[in-house]
Design a protein around this ligand. Structure first.
Ligand SMILES: Cc1cc2nc3c(=O)[nH]c(=O)nc-3n(C[C@H](O)[C@H](O)[C@H](O)COP(=O)(O)OP(=O)(O)OC[C@H]3O[C@@H](n4cnc5c(N)ncnc54)[C@H](O)[C@@H]3O)c2cc1C
Length: 382
């Protein structure tokens, strides 16, 4: 078994695979991905709702989204692997006057970065998303390049492309210790033995803080339980239905197979690794869904699950080297946007690791921002 590598990635979720793929494309050297579970993508990526959007309130988040969307749009050309990007758009509906100014400011920023964001009134909302109740809608924002993708399809695409480029992947192999000598990472210990590398990449998603601790680096990523409910088949959701975000209630929903997928971030959830389902959640989400899409009264629940967001205090990812431990790189903390941001994050992470100038200015995503005073919080969080 090979035990010397140029880089070791901890975590075979979408972020780790996208980073490894781009490093391999840059011919960075020998790369190993370690995954603690039996299957790749068993973490947050497996629980993801598949939403992809560029409608954010911070410049760097918009830029990472736009870079990622370019990849989603051309995934097969880039990786050699087919994957469907269903560009039905995202529509944020605003019913509370107090939220309008903030969203208009974000739209101004998004347009300044080249996004053709539309502002809709109730009639446009009915045209684009017929089942949505509009009597209380003040405005809606819509971006047609946003959409939906199957996280499994993209994960497998990156995985196969990584394998073709010679990346080694070991499942059922948790990193248990990171060896640091004279302030430089040198190896990762696992139950299957020790693997040496001068670069170790923390792509452990909700476990990024735990993995950071192994290297003696404080990584402020907290796991927060988030839940999803899907309905059975309904006949009132058109195939062109966009992701709809009801900003006042926090409901987000999109077509899923022949039904509807619904999510809502319960603000009362406390950080922790509990992935059991809260029994009250389904009622809470269905009430919100019926309020915005009254015909949902006819629907039945098909499935539900819980997973973990990997959340930072300012809802921005951490992408960059740790200051105090040389060779320890973090690409995590996407705060619920890690699927949509992984393709862009994987590119900029690989650029930085391989000594290139990153194609997006990611200084604001550095780890030491939390000591230096942080960045402006992302407010378009769902
Ligand atoms: C309910 C829900 C809905 C979501 N919806 C969306 C959405 O619509 N759009 C979107 O963009 N994002 C969404 N997200 C967020 C998205 O799923 C995550 O941001 C993304 O999957 C994070 O990817 P990751 O690779 O960083 O983490 P993960 O997928 O969790 O991968 C990390 C991997 O590291 C492994 N690992 C951890 N510790 C170790 C160790 N010590 N050794 C080896 N391996 C280790 C884990 O097993 C895991 O496989 C959602 C999340 C949830 C929970």
């Amino acid at each position: 078994m090979k035990t010397n590598y140029d880089a070791i990635v901890i975590g075979a979720g979408i972020a780790g695979l996208a980073t490894a793929f781009n490093l391999a494309k840059f011919k960075f050297g020998d790369i190993l991905i370690l995954e603690k579970e039996m299957f790749i993508g068993s973490g947050a990526t497996a629980k993801c709702a598949g939403g992809i959007r560029a409608q954010f309130s911070s410049k760097v988040n918009v830029q990472i989204s736009l870079k990622s969307i370019e990849v989603f749009e051309h995934f097969e050309e880039i990786t050699g692997e087919p994957a469907l990007y269903d560009q039905v758009g995202y529509m944020f509906v605003l019913t509370d006057p107090a939220t309008v100014d903030g969203y208009m400011k974000a739209v101004e920023l998004q347009r300044s970065l080249g996004m053709d964001v539309k502002l809709f009134g109730p009639d446009d909302v009915t045209r684009i998303a017929p089942p949505v109740r509009t009597d209380d809608i003040i405005k809606a924002t819509f971006f047609a390049r946003d959409g939906l993708g199957d996280p499994h399809e993209y994960l497998q695409g990156y995985f196969r492309a990584c394998k073709r480029l010679g990346v080694d992947v070991l499942t059922e192999t948790p990193a248990t210790e990171i060896v640091v000598k004279n302030g430089q990472v040198t190896a990762v210990k696992t139950p299957k033995g020790e693997f040496a590398a001068p670069i170790v990449i923390n792509a452990a998603g909700p476990y990024a803080k735990v993995v950071g601790k192994m290297a003696g680096v404080k990584v402020p990523v907290d796991p927060l339980r988030r839940q999803i409910v899907t309905s059975g088949e309904v006949d009132f959701i058109p195939p062109t239905m966009p992701m709809v975000v009801d900003v006042s209630s926090g409901l987000y929903c999109h077509k899923e197979s022949k039904g509807l997928l619904m999510g809502w971030a319960d603000p009362n959830v406390k950080p922790g690794f509990d992935e059991s389902q809260d029994p009250d959640y389904n009622d809470n989400i269905l009430m919100r869904a019926m309020n915005r899409i009254p015909k949902m009264e006819e629907a039945e629940v098909a499935n539900s699950w819980a997973g973990l967001y990997e959340t930072t205090p300012d809802h921005h990812a951490i992408i960059g080297f740790a200051d105090d431990v040389k060779g320890f790189f973090i690409v995590s903390g996407f705060s619920g946007h890690g699927f949509m941001h992984a393709p862009g994050a994987g590119i900029v992470a690989a650029e930085v690791i391989s000594g290139r100038t990153p194609s997006i200015d990611i200084t604001r995503l550095r780890l030491n921002r939390f000591i230096a005073g942080g960045v402006e919080e992302e407010v378009n969080v769902i």
